[in-house]
Design a protein around this ligand. Structure first.
Ligand code: SF4
Length: 383
């Protein structure tokens, strides 16, 4: 089983915090759609004939495409790849693109999961983030999708905004729960270099929340969502039973996926590939039949590191016996040595032979993961 990701690189305007690749030049849309079909044709062997059990349209803003645009690409997907009958097929949408007519058009397409980029229900937050919608529009969009029969709806929320208090964050969570959506992805605001937000912080126009506030917002998130019956199955993701995101879970559990479109990444257990982050180059190269993909062959060290970085994010954690079988005794001994201080202090919990981050461990997951990673100098120093 494998996944297909299609990156739609268009946005009406840029949000202050975003470093995803996208362009506001919609005039390239037709050329982009042809290039997507062409790229799938060129790279259909990357998944070695495996059946797609997830298809994910992300962006950018995929909801800027029309029904005819989607049909053109879906026709090629179903022609080029075997697709599981009940595959999870997700579309990311922006709330302001959602109208009754638009949702009707989505219902005629294969989508069975909608992921709504809400970020906040608070208009002040939304203005600060340069989002295009209001809190009311966000609620209306989610309700409209529900009313039209979409039972599998996810929303994205963002916390850790400058000046955000636990009370204000809690209002967002309460609104999400009132909507009874089945899945929530909640991300702490990050100051990515190159974004307007990064500059605002550097110029001291805004101040990031301090660590204690971040911690209390994250704690509130976990408590509120788990109390409401959601499963905290990945650091930033919560789902009602039966509604885990299969597509994202396949990233974290090492399944193959093919990424189509500019800046999209691919993985097939042997290599990682990533497309050029330029719309014009992507279109030009793809239409000429030349590759616009860079490749990194994965060696045993990369594969081990990949396993640590993805596995520890999830509720399934990492398995020591798997490390021994897949990566050998040296990595197994190294991992056992590195985890000791964390198991002794309760940062990592042990279940059978699996290691999982505890609640306290979740708060410092980056530090724990980086301590478990294999570094080349390890062998050289003969530790
Ligand atoms: S957050 Fe989404 S809508 Fe905003 S600029 Fe990034 S991709 Fe576009």
């Amino acid at each position: 089983m494998a996944g297909l990701y299609i990156h739609v690189p268009f946005c009406k305007k840029r949000c202050v915090y975003c470093d995803f690749f996208s362009s506001t030049h919609l005039s390239y849309k037709d050329a982009y759609l042809s290039a997507v079909v062409q790229e799938m044709t060129l790279r259909q062997d990357y998944l070695a004939g495996e059946t797609l059990d997830t298809i994910y349209w992300g962006g950018g803003t995929p909801s800027m495409l029309t029904e005819a645009d989607f049909e053109q690409v879906f026709e090629a997907v179903y022609r080029l790849f075997p697709v599981k009958e009940d595959a999870e097929i997700t579309l990311e949408v922006n709330p302001d693109d959602i109208t009754p007519d638009y949702v009707s058009s989505l219902c005629r397409l294969p989508f069975n999961r909608i992921s709504i980029g809400i970020q906040s229900f608070n208009d002040e937050d939304l203005r600060f983030l340069h989002r295009r919608h209001t809190g009311r529009q966000a609620i209306w969009a989610a309700q409209l999708c529900t009313d039209r029969g979409y039972g599998n709806i996810s929303i994205d929320l963002m916390y850790g905004l400058p000046g955000q208090t636990p009370a204000r964050w809690e209002q967002n969570l309460e609104e999400a729960l009132r909507l009874n959506i089945v899945h929530l992805s909640a991300y702490h605001l990050i100051y990515e270099e190159g974004t307007l937000l990064y500059r605002m912080k550097k110029d001291k126009c805004i101040q990031a929340v301090d660590e204690d506030v971040s911690l209390s917002l994250f704690t509130l998130l976990i408590d509120r969502m788990t109390d409401a019956g959601y499963r905290h199955y990945e650091i930033s993701n919560f789902a009602q039973p039966g509604f885990l995101s299969l597509h994202n879970t396949s990233y974290w559990t090492g399944k193959k996926y093919l990424g189509i479109g500019p800046s999209a990444h691919s993985y097939n257990m042997e290599s990682r590939q990533w497309n050029v982050s330029s719309l014009s180059l992507y279109i030009k190269n793809t239409q000429n039949g030349t590759s616009c993909v860079e490749t990194e062959k994965l060696n045993i060290h990369n594969k081990y590191n990949e396993y640590i970085l993805t596995g520890l994010r999830t509720q399934w954690g990492i398995s020591l016996s798997y490390i021994l079988t897949k990566f050998g005794e040296e990595k197994y001994n190294y991992c056992k040595m590195q985890v000791k201080r964390y198991t002794d202090t309760g940062i990592l919990r042990i279940y059978d032979d699996r290691l999982l981050l505890s609640r306290n461990g979740l708060f410092i997951s980056d530090v724990v993961m980086s301590d478990l990673l294999w570094v080349d100098s390890y062998t050289k120093q003969g530790i």
